[in-house]
Design a protein around this ligand. Structure first.
Ligand SMILES: N[C@@H](CCC(=O)N[C@@H](CS)C(=O)NCC(=O)O)C(=O)O
Length: 231
């Protein structure tokens, strides 16, 4: 496999605005495993650029002759292909529990965050993506971005209830994985990185356990996530 992998990574109008939570999971996993990567800025409507992967979503990771898609599949690929590097899961039990965090984040946390930030996110997209994004996401949410913007305060309040178990857990330990971060942290934190890059609104109280953990994750891996500017 090659020394430097290639990651197709979702970007906004500003090429530095890398906002995909799924791509962030992979970037943090690669940093954790100390594997260098070259990212390629990709937009939602650049389907032709990733047609070689056989599907239309990022992350797409190219490692030598291997092309791997889907963030969870990529995490398992990295863990199993590079077992001599720091582990993403720690153990078989850790892998199974990280899978739960993966599913909870994708199926519950993302929806709650999206309702709060999507009207802001729509404004940072590349112009070529704006119509596509509005059409597909308004259909998915069954309402307009304008209606979601009007309900932003209520949606942020609803998010706090979703976040309660995450907050109480992080009140008792520095990271979801314990004393140091691993893939469960990469997954959950990437949702907050998505919000940070996409929207100027504050989703969590600054004195909360999640906020303290978020700062730790922004500093992790030599400040990889912090190096991407906030919205
Ligand atoms: N299950 C996939 C989800 C990937 C995904 O939904 N990626 C979004 C960007 S965050 C995407 O590429 N969407 C393309 C589109 O909506 O057309 C994973 O974990 O990687």
């Amino acid at each position: 496999m090659s020394n430097t992998m290639r990651l197709y990574d979702l970007a906004g109008a500003n090429e530095l605005a890398r906002f995909s939570p799924y791509c962030w999971r992979v970037r943090l996993a690669l940093a954790h495993k100390q594997l260098p990567v070259e990212t390629v800025a990709w937009r939602f409507t650049d389907k032709a650029a990733i047609a070689f992967s056989g599907q239309g979503k990022v992350p797409v990771l190219v490692d030598g002759d291997h092309c791997v898609v889907d963030s969870w599949v990529i995490a398992e690929y990295l863990e199993d292909t590079y077992p001599d590097r720091p582990s993403l899961f720690g153990s078989a039990v850790g892998r199974s529990l990280a899978r739960f965090v993966n599913q909870w984040t994708s199926e519950t946390l993302h929806l709650a965050i999206a309702r709060a930030i999507i009207s802001d996110l729509a404004k940072i997209l590349h112009p070529q993506d704006m119509d596509y994004f509005r059409t597909t996401r308004e259909a998915a949410f069954g309402t307009t971005f304008e209606n979601l913007a009007t309900a932003q305060v209520a949606n942020i309040e609803a998010l706090q209830r979703v976040l309660q178990p995450l907050n109480s857990t992080l009140g008792q330990q520095a990271f979801l994985a314990g004393d140091t971060p691993s893939y469960a942290d990469h997954v959950a934190f990437s949702a907050f990185q998505w919000a940070r890059v996409s929207s100027p609104i504050s989703l969590i109280p600054t004195n909360s356990s999640i906020a303290t953990w978020r700062e730790r994750m922004l500093d992790a891996y030599d400040g990889l996530a912090r190096a991407t500017p906030a919205s």
